[in-house]
Write a protein that binds this ligand. Structure first.
Ligand SMILES: [Zn+2]
Length: 231
């Protein structure tokens, strides 16, 4: 027991300098650990002071440009949340949105009754069907896909017609027929009714019809966007 006592006292002697504990607990450990700990402390201090300790390492590096250290992390972009893209998507899908000026734009709705006597579009296509057609149309989330769909409902016929006695009249070489598909039936309606039922402008109907001018063309040529060619 006498052996243990001095040992214990000795140990107590070793532990006596716990005064150092706060600043150098690592001094009791191996040198490597000390190095790590002190390094960490340094980096923390450096960061606190706003210094970048990595710069010091870069200076030591013979070729810092190819050191392979990754550049600062940037926030990952999320284009789907950009204002212009939100607005763009809302326009295409017919949802209500706030425009750039903060004005509220309502959702896409069925337009006014064409009241035509030839086809009686709004009689042939009842309210329920009109709603369903508009809903399905809004589900197509891209303008291009919508145009392909619309184009599939427009039939273009080449008409050789020249009706200008004076030579100033316009030459028409094609005409369009507009259809609504209900089940297996293709119901012909007028251009105004076609625009109203899809909640789109007559201008867009015309543009789609133009792109399908050639019956052999199966899809509108995207490269021709913005170029005008008279029908
Ligand atoms: Zn009509």
């Amino acid at each position: 027991m006498s052996d243990t006592e001095p040992f214990s006292s000795g140990s107590s002697d070793i532990y006596q300098p716990p005064v150092y504990k706060s600043c150098s607990t690592s001094s009791d450990d191996d040198g490597s650990d000390v190095g790590l700990l002190t390094f960490q402390n340094q980096t923390n201090e450096a960061n606190d002071k706003g210094m970048n300790i990595l710069d010091e390492f870069n200076i030591d590096n013979p070729c810092p440009s190819t050191s392979g250290i990754a550049p600062k992390k940037r926030k990952s972009a999320n284009p789907s949340q950009w204002k212009r893209n939100v607005i763009k998507k809302s326009i295409v899908t017919g949802k209500g949105y706030l425009n750039y000026k903060g004005r509220e734009i309502g959702e896409r709705k069925t337009g006014p009754d064409c009241c035509c006597k030839k086809y009686k579009c709004f009689v042939k296509i009842n309210e329920e069907d009109r709603k369903l057609i508009l809903e399905n149309f809004n589900k197509l989330e891209e303008t291009y896909v919508q145009n392909v769909y619309l184009g599939g409902l427009i039939k273009t016929e080449n008409v050789e017609r020249e009706r200008s006695k004076t030579g100033t009249g316009k030459k028409r070489s094609c005409s369009h027929k507009y259809y609504i598909k209900l089940g297996n039936r293709n119901i012909q309606i007028c251009r105004n009714g076609f625009a109203s039922i899809h909640g789109i402008s007559k201008k867009r109907v015309d543009n789609v019809a133009k792109e399908y001018q050639d019956p052999t063309v199966t899809k509108p040529a995207q490269s021709n966007r913005g170029k005008h060619h008279n029908c």
